[in-house]
Ligand binder design. Structure first.
Ligand code: AMP
Ligand code: ZN
Length: 451
């Protein structure tokens, strides 16, 4: 069996991955809060953990990996946006969940084994809160329940901070109701018009961190293999999940490996709703095609920052365009691929993509076997999910210039050439190229195709 090495935020080291049970490898990734159209920053996390899921399936077998990705459908952000848009909460969460699922499909992400919704697990959240109070880890104040951070000795281990540092540097919500500013909410009261559930403390709703502790334990057990999410979740979200779960279960670990993807940035700034620099997945897919977006997201190592810009996208588009020359329905997904070793080395996608280029060059002049291998290697990272005809069609969809206009520009260029005005002829050719149209002069005839 092949061995995976993965960077573990908990130990700050690249480690050999050893599952608790190779017949049921368990992974939990924090899913979206469904309040607004998901953006390509969210897509990075989605695609990275989809890749990890695929790699684990290849090593341990398709039926031996359980992947849980939750949906947070109760949260202050959802309540705020419902008020702002004057829509019901259900309306927002249903619509955004639909958009999210469409994005997953367009990015060719496999469906997780379980996709639990927070609102379907309120009873279990109340039970866990009761248990934490009983064991002395949590306290009640005016209908709120808080987790007492000082009661958990390993607090700060994941984010590598001590309590004093955290107190000084964090931007946690300060409230008179808390004994310590770092304490966090397990349960809070809801106003009458806001979503709420009856509990021993108030009609209220759960805290975000509690949701993931409850849902991961329900589907994966008290200790599981991998917990993932974006870098922004290390503190406080994951630190708080660990505090809750380990305290409640009197255990040393919640998950053995904590994996975090780096940020997707725009001009070096993290893409986020609050900064207003977001590109939605739906618009990126519409403009560039889901596979181009997927390849772009995999083009840098998952731990590194990735800057979202036109040049990466156009580079990935030409790459796929070239690779589609070798597209075939025939391939052997069980093939032993040499380049798989790059993915086993902490999901090194830049090296894997480099080897795909080499494989392409060998296959284009090689035999059918090489071509099948190339196809299998593309599929392994979730590429080539649409056939060649659909790929050509989708390229056409992203071209804005009408065919009639293309033809008239070509005629204009021919006229310019006849008159000897090669400067104008070249200008027209370049303008068309910018629109994604490639002109080729063949045996006295001018032909065009989508780039
Ligand atoms: P949210 O819906 O904001 O909770 O985010 C869902 C997932 O996307 C989480 O794992 C986040 O860490 C991740 N995420 C959000 N913004 C970015 C970004 N700019 N770059 C990478 N990952 C992100
Ligand atoms: Zn979470």
């Amino acid at each position: 069996m092949k061995n995976l090495k993965i960077s573990n935020t908990l130990t700050k080291a690249k480690e050999l991955f050893t599952p608790i049970n190779p017949k049921n490898v368990t992974i939990y990734a924090c899913g979206p809060t469904v309040y607004d159209d998901p953006h390509v920053g969210n897509a990075r996390s989605l695609v990275v953990f989809d890749l990890l899921f695929r790699v684990l399936r290849k090593i341990y077998g398709d039926n031996n990996v359980t992947y849980v990705r939750n949906i947070t459908d109760v949260d202050d952000k959802i309540i705020d946006i419902a008020k702002e848009k004057k829509l019901s909460i259900e309306n927002i969460t249903k619509e955004v969940t639909k958009q999210f699922h469409l994005a997953c499909k367009n990015l060719n992400c496999l469906i997780p084994t379980v996709e639990p919704k927070a609102t379907s697990h309120i009873e279990e959240m109340i039970k866990m809160t009761e248990s934490l109070i009983k064991k002395g880890y949590a306290y009640i104040n005016e209908g709120h329940v808080f987790f007492a951070v000082s009661s958990f000795k390993n607090y700060g281990k994941l984010s590598n901070k001590n309590l004093e540092e955290l107190k000084a540097g964090s931007r946690v919500e300060v409230s008179k109701l808390k004994n310590n500013p770092l304490d966090f909410v397990l349960w809070k009261p809801s106003e009458d018009k806001d979503p709420g559930w009856d509990s021993p403390w108030s009609r209220g709703r759960p805290g975000w961190h509690l949701e993931c502790s409850v849902m991961s334990e329900k589907y994966l057990g008290k200790k599981f293999d991998i917990h993932g999410g974006g870098l922004d979740l290390v503190f406080p979200h994951h630190e708080n999940e660990i505090a809750q779960s380990c305290s409640n279960n009197s255990s040393d670990k919640m998950a053995n490996y904590w994996v975090h993807n780096g940020f997707l940035t725009m001009e070096k700034e993290k893409m986020s709703k609050s900064l207003g620099n977001v590109v939605s997945i739906s618009s990126a897919v519409k403009e560039h095609n889901g596979q181009v977006v997927r390849l772009a997201l995999l083009s840098s190592h998952y731990k590194q920052p990735l800057d979202w810009n036109k040049s990466i996208l156009s580079q990935c588009k030409s790459t796929l365009n070239k690779w589609y020359n070798l597209y075939s329905e025939k391939f052997n997904i069980n093939e032993n691929l040499e380049c798989f070793d790059y993915l086993l080395d902490d999901l090194n996608t830049p090296n894997y993509i480099k080897s795909l280029h080499e494989l392409y060059n060998e296959a284009i002049n090689g035999n059918n076997k090489k071509r099948d291998t190339f196809n299998a290697a593309c599929r392994l990272i979730g590429l080539f999910n649409v056939n060649k005809i659909e790929w050509e069609k989708s390229k056409k969809g992203s071209i804005k210039i009408p065919e009639k206009l293309i033809q008239s520009k070509i005629n204009e260029r021919l006229l310019a050439r006849e008159k000897g005005d090669f400067k104008l002829a070249d200008k027209i050719r370049d303008e068309l190229l910018n629109e994604g149209i490639l002109i080729e002069d063949k045996k006295g005839k001018t032909e065009w195709k989508y780039k």
